[in-house]
Design a protein around this ligand. Structure first.
Ligand SMILES: CNc1ncnc2c1ncn2[C@@H]1O[C@H](COP(=O)(O)O)[C@@H](O)[C@H]1O
Ligand SMILES: [Zn+2]
Length: 363
């Protein structure tokens, strides 16, 4: 695992509430258990369970959302998730989360996102760049980042950008509200929109007006696509030409041809697909065919907490299962620079980071 840990990595598909450390979830559950809001021992078993069907995963998310309801907790988990990714040499992270409204505790989608941004700003273990400090002078820069630390390479640094997720349970109006919020929060590092949630729920057409509006306004778009079989939906999603898609598990010949023709980069989540059995066995995973075809790909965790994985582990898994060496894995990580949603300044910085890592490998 050592070299998969040490190489710089880019994470483009990580859900905030799916990436929470187990000890934090257990601590939060204990707190609610003590207040008799939940039954701790039942919940403990659910959190620590390892094998879950895709439908069980969504039940778990409903539980996690109960544990992370308040603003303070949202801030805490954001901070921890960023620290965890930075600790395993993730140099660029696109973190996605679904803005939530909960009238009973005075939470609006905006205040939820403000709590996320607060978490981002409260990371002290590493320097966090969440709105480009070199290119966009209008942007609000993390007060922890002075101009000096912006340019210095001595301290560990992670670029973090945010994607706002639309949940497939939402209405058209709610989805548009999320897009508007994303537009208002551009200066705080929001770069795009994701469509996610239980893939057997809802109809993708419901979200089309919001996604079209997002695109018109210059936001980037990634869609969970083909996590379950649904040919019509998959094809119309591909024809929409999102900038990236997640999963692509249940594609047939025609869908593969479209994907390759359009060259849409795929966020590959190996452990997630195996655990939820959307792919029956890793050796027949579509990673192999897409990699051989030189189709744009990026390895991602999806839900590192829920699936007890890490990006380092995903790299290790791909390397050991598909027989890829250090050089090939570093190249794979580097290729993701081409599909990130941040600006060219960030891309240049990341290129420098990968140049240095490649040089080190050559020594
Ligand atoms: C396993 N495959 C998956 N497929 C589809 N959507 C998923 C997902 N994993 C996570 N999510 C989406 O992310 C939310 C949790 O993070 P946030 O509350 O947004 O931070 C889930 O409720 C679901 O909508
Ligand atoms: Zn996902």
């Amino acid at each position: 695992m050592e070299w998969t840990l040490s190489i710089p990595k880019i994470e483009l598909h990580a859900h905030l509430n799916g990436s929470i450390r187990d000890p934090t979830l257990l601590e939060l559950a204990k707190g609610l258990g003590d207040k008799d809001i939940i039954n701790f021992s039942d919940v403990e078993g659910v959190i620590l369970k390892n094998d879950r069907s895709l439908q069980e995963v969504f039940k778990l998310f409903d539980l996690i959302h109960i544990l992370t309801t308040d603003h303070m907790t949202v801030t805490r988990i954001t901070k921890e998730v960023i620290e965890d990714f930075a600790a395993e040499n993730v140099v660029y992270l696109e973190l996605r989360t679904t803005p939530k409204r909960n009238d009973s505790i005075g939470m609006s989608k905006r205040s939820y996102m403000e709590a996320v941004v607060k978490g981002l700003k409260s990371v002290t273990a590493v320097d966090v760049d969440f709105a480009s400090c070199t290119v966009d002078t209008k942007s609000i820069v993390n007060p922890l980042l002075t101009n000096d630390t912006c340019n210095a390479s001595t301290r560990k640094k992670i670029y973090v950008r945010l994607l706002l997720s639309i949940d497939r349970r939402e209405t058209t109006v709610a989805a548009i509200e999320t897009v508007k919020l994303a537009l208002e929060m551009r200066d705080l590092g929001v770069v795009g929109i994701d469509l996610s949630g239980n893939p057997v729920v809802g109809n993708w057409i419901t979200f089309l007006p919001a996604l079209e509006f997002a695109r018109e306004q210059g936001l980037h778009i990634t869609l969970h696509c083909g996590e379950v079989p649904n040919r019509k939906e998959i094809q119309t999603m591909l024809d929409f030409l999102p900038q990236r898609i997640g999963h692509a598990c249940c594609f047939e010949e025609e869908e593969w041809s479209k994907l390759k023709l359009y060259k849409i980069p795929v966020e590959i989540c190996l452990t997630s697909n195996i655990r939820t059995e959307t792919i029956s066995s890793i050796d027949i995973h579509h990673f192999v065919d897409l990699y051989k075809a030189k189709h744009p790909l990026v390895l991602c965790t999806d839900d590192s907490g829920v699936f007890s994985t890490s990006l380092t582990n995903e790299y290790h898994l791909a390397s050991s299962t598909f027989g890829l060496g250090k050089r090939e894995m570093l190249q794979l990580a580097r290729d993701a620079i081409g599909f990130i949603f941040a600006d060219d300044g960030v891309k240049r910085d990341l290129t420098d980071i990968f140049d240095a890592a490649t040089e080190k490998l050559d020594q």
